[in-house]
Design a protein around this ligand. Structure first.
Ligand code: ASP
Ligand code: MG
Length: 453
């Protein structure tokens, strides 16, 4: 079945007016699966509510819950104004919030209850949206994500299972045309069958899992910006959306801070070769960014930065001509379940970076048993992504020219065909991004045609 999947994030459904716009955008008479996030801000409020109940601040939790009731009452009032379905809208919210209220009084409030609360954001947004489509007489069906979205005991989605269950859910409508299937992003069941989620920002992942499981024609991720930009628009002027990138390039960019896409969500789409298109709800006619097999064809596609990085230098005479040293180093990180992002080595030392520093003290203490350790906090990784960087020798020249005055803490080149990563102090990040942008995108010289779009 080749049904396209369209995902709309929290801002796209963040107000009744935005929801109306989404209804207009999907209304072309073609069957599609529409994946929605919670209304923007709701997941944070639910997270806060869950924590407040967990620490037994019942009065405060009750105030927070009532604020949510009011917020959704006003939402329904505007979205369904004048419609005969308005009472149904109120009652959807009432039953969800009443259920939450019961949780204020349970004796053993547990992690499972918190996850259940978190799941209600997507459940409300999809139910209200589907009701709204009914008021417009748009043929729509709610597909409960909890019936088909599942993660296994390692928190990995079970694509085969998801595909089978989805087919079962869709089967009754096989012969019908122009059906809008509405489903929740983010939420799922875990291996024990409990309500769980795909982690914050996981609605993109839901959409790509559904698209991959059904081998859809296309997965569209609708947000409030026009695709992946070739540099950070908050820092650099004159950035442009990239028209087309490969799955590999997109994965690198998503990981390194191009906040538009959840990094893991490229994997299922690539596995099943389903293209992902990033679109802007505010400018629906714009091309956006297409992520597929086809790379950008540019030597340098984009530049992105990731902050909050800690660099660790590990030095030891024992590393000289020795084997097994790196294994010992890596084992320390493994024991503390801390992923390593960048690595550079010399004969007697190795530098690496982490972005989760909760275990840093313990890690350093263990490393110090066999080496000298230096830690630099507050670093930023700058990642330059492109196609076959090594063949374009002029690119490295431009990079180093651009960073003439920026101290480089680490340089990682050759790890993949698509990425050059540099580590700089956080306070050098903006200078580096701007200068790289100028040298790589706006200053072509003879022979550099490939650097430009
Ligand atoms: N609502 C969830 C969140 O805010 C999932 C998502 O929007 O993608 O993280
Ligand atoms: Mg998001």
């Amino acid at each position: 079945m080749s049904i396209p999947v369209l995902k709309f994030g929290g801002t796209s459904v963040g107000s009744p007016e935005r929801m109306e716009e989404v209804a207009r955008l999907i209304d072309d008479g073609q069957t599609k699966i529409v994946v929605l996030s919670a209304v923007s801000g709701t997941t944070n409020k639910l997270l806060d509510l869950g924590e407040t109940i967990r620490v037994q601040q019942i009065e405060s939790a009750s105030i927070k819950l009532n604020a949510l009731r009011e917020e959704y009452r006003a939402f329904v009032e505007t979205l369904l104004a004048g419609s005969h379905l308005i009472e149904q809208g109120y009652s959807i919210c009432k039953s969800i919030f009443d259920e939450m209220e019961r949780l204020l009084w349970v004796n053993s409030f547990a992690a499972g209850h918190e996850k259940w609360i978190l799941a209600q954001g997507e459940l409300i947004s999809t139910k209200l949206f589907q009701l709204y489509l009914e008021t417009l007489s748009m043929r729509s069906v709610l597909l409960p994500a909890l019936n088909f979205m599942r993660i296994d005991e390692h928190d990995e989605p079970d694509l085969e299972w998801i595909g089978e269950r989805l087919q079962q859910e869709l089967a009754p409508y096989n012969k019908q045309h122009g059906v809008y299937f509405i489903t929740q992003g983010y939420i799922c069941r875990n291996a024990q069958g409990e309500v769980d989620n795909l982690k914050r920002g996981g609605s993109d992942y839901s959409a790509t899992l559904i698209g991959a499981a059904l081998k859809s024609s296309e997965i569209q991720i609708w947000t409030d910006i026009d695709g992946i930009h070739n540099n950070d628009p908050r820092v650099v002027q004159n950035t442009r959306p990239i028209r087309q990138v490969s799955y590999r390039e997109a994965a690198e960019l998503a990981y390194f801070g191009a906040k538009i896409l959840h990094p893991t969500c490229v994997i299922p789409a690539e596995e099943r070769q389903v293209p992902i298109r990033l679109k802007n709800t505010f400018k629906p006619k714009e091309h956006g960014t297409l992520i597929s097999e086809e790379s950008s064809g540019l030597a340098v596609t984009a530049i992105a930065a990731k902050d909050g990085i800690t660099a660790i230098r590990i030095q030891s005479g024992r590393m000289l001509h020795a084997y097994g040293f790196l294994r010992r180093v890596f084992e320390v990180f493994e024991r503390h379940r801390t992923p390593i992002d960048m690595i550079t080595t010399s004969e007697v030392s190795v530098s690496l970076t982490i972005d989760q520093s909760s275990q840093l003290k313990q890690i350093v203490a263990e490393l110090e048993k066999f080496s000298e350790v230096n830690v630099d906090r507050d670093q930023s990784i700058i990642c330059i992504v492109g196609d076959l960087l090594a063949e374009h020798t002029e690119v490295t020249r431009h990079i180093f020219e651009a960073l003439e005055n920026v101290p480089l803490r680490m340089v990682s080149y050759g790890g993949s065909q698509n990425n050059i990563s540099l580590l700089v102090a956080r306070d050098q990040r903006d200078t580096a991004l701007r200068s790289l942008h100028q040298h790589l995108f706006t200053k072509p010289t003879a022979g550099d045609a490939l650097l430009m779009a």
